[in-house]
Design a protein around this ligand. Sequence first.
Ligand code: FES
Length: 186
Amino acid sequence: MTAESHQEPTDKKTERRSFLTGALAMLCGGLATVPPLGAALWAFLDPLRRSSGAATFLPLTDLTNIPADGQPRQFPVIADRIDAWTGFKAEPIGAVYVKREEGSDRVEALSATCPHAGCFVELDKAAGCFRCPCHNSSFTLDGGIVAPSPSPRSMDSLECEVNKSGAVSVKWQNFYSGTEEKVARE
Ligand code: FES
């Protein structure tokens, strides 16, 4: 056997070793980028996570649009909405009935979403009550259940705020339907 024939396997070994070293270095480098990538992805998703649940005050109308006569009036709740990866500017996301008793500045709001199964509750002005057309639940103008109604609870009240310049905002929240207890969706 010549010296050259011994040389060849040694070169191959060296070659293989440097290939493995290079591959290991690339793997370690790749793994090192995983935590920053994860953090970046989480930060990117953060607005979507935050937009999914927390109740927030949204502008509704001006106090002058709610005469103090005890009559509920319907207003849409408008907000920017994020659906998966798409943003929608100033879209209706729900509706509320708002009223103000005679001589009062206090504004009361009820969600127009039926607590039974989520249909839209309508105001029956002639009968002086709310009615849900889906399964015939009825409610008083204060939102209380009128028996017999399949709804397990009264209409959901919502917090309202009136600022110094008369701007009315509502703390918009969705609640689970079909439950006796009023439980906010997160
Ligand atoms: S959804 Fe309103 S009564 Fe069923």
